[in-house]
Design a protein around this ligand. Structure first.
Ligand code: FE
Ligand code: FE
Ligand code: ZN
Length: 303
């Protein structure tokens, strides 16, 4: 029954220009945080539930890009039935952050190719979820070349029978990072052949640092996103506060409510009518108890 209602709500959201039509009480909040994957999927699911989450994110392998653990089919099956029983939302696999698909160095690009391809193939065992990727750093070649290289690499990897949507994350713009502007993300998407295999993850700390005023004018930022990329491409949000002011291009996450974004803007985002049904993932500097508190608070303030 609940699932039918969610589908109904999503259809309503899609079809309706009037967000007031969302019926109270049937809105679903998918909230979770980044978890350690060392003990497997079932363990992550149980941990998520214990801290009040119904989704989560994890690194597909050592964040520095080591070898991935062997797939444990039994553990995955256990997780999948647990997730269904507990009405979990989709989950997000995060690529190692050292992967750079648009480096000037060919070896680095080949490494990125190998890791992303392996990750996407492994995600076939968890169909219908997301794979989050930083679009990369152009390392001096210029934004345009960075965009070309990342799109080219992804075109070599993505296949029609992949069961995972790859999310390009909006970046803060530190160093030579590409993807800090919505236009740059869209330029990558435009070049990708299998468009149904790509989407976007918006990181609140990153967009703040990149110079999008989500504190002062969230509606305007979302309008921009919609015009340039399309909100239908936005599947997940990283909910982080920022240690740095608007436009700092730094990328240092802060606990929610303790940084330059603040609790009010965080909750405006979570409660925004245009963002209902998306995944909200915390990547704040916390241990499990801290995440639990943040999830509780967000649930309390969710309307
Ligand atoms: Fe990230
Ligand atoms: Fe992020
Ligand atoms: Zn970040």
């Amino acid at each position: 029954m609940i699932k039918k209602q969610v589908i109904f709500t999503k259809k309503l959201l899609r079809d309706s220009a009037n967000p007031d039509l969302i019926l109270k009480g049937i809105k679903m909040l998918y909230i979770g945080c980044h978890l350690s994957a060392t003990k497997g999927y079932f363990h992550m699911g149980k941990t998520a539930k214990e801290i009040g989450a119904n989704t989560f994110q994890f690194f597909t392998r050592n964040p520095r890009g080591g070898k991935a653990k062997e797939l444990d089919i039994e553990d995955i099956a256990k997780y999948l039935s647990f997730a269904e029983e507990n009405e979990f939302g989709k989950i997000v696999a995060h690529a190692p952050y050292t992967v750079n698909p648009c480096s000037a160095d060919k070896k680095t690009r080949e490494f990125a190719h190998m890791i992303i391809k392996d990750d996407m193939n492994r995600m076939n065992y968890l169909p219908g979820n997301y794979y989050n990727l930083h679009p990369g750093s152009h390392t001096g070649q210029g934004v345009e070349q960075g965009i070309n290289l990342t799109a080219e690499l992804l075109n070599h990897i993505l296949e029609p029978d992949h069961k995972t949507v790859l999310l390009l994350e909006t970046m803060a713009g530190k160093g030579s990072e590409i993807g800090s502007g919505f236009e740059e993300i869209q330029m990558i998407i435009e070049k990708i052949k299998l468009k149904d295999k790509v989407g976007v993850c918006l990181d609140t700390c990153h967009v703040n640092d990149a110079g999008y005023d989500i504190v002062g004018n969230l509606d305007d930022v979302l309008d921009k996103f919609n015009k340039i990329i399309g909100l239908d491409k936005l599947h997940a949000l990283h909910i982080n506060d920022s240690k740095n002011p608007f436009g700092a291009r730094k990328d240092r996450h802060e606990k929610i409510g303790e940084g330059y974004i603040g609790m009010e803007a965080i909750m405006k985002t979570v409660n925004h009518p245009k963002l209902q049904g998306k995944l909200f993932i915390l990547e704040t500097p916390n241990e499990l108890d801290g995440y639990q508190k943040e999830i509780e608070l967000i649930r309390q303030l969710f309307k």
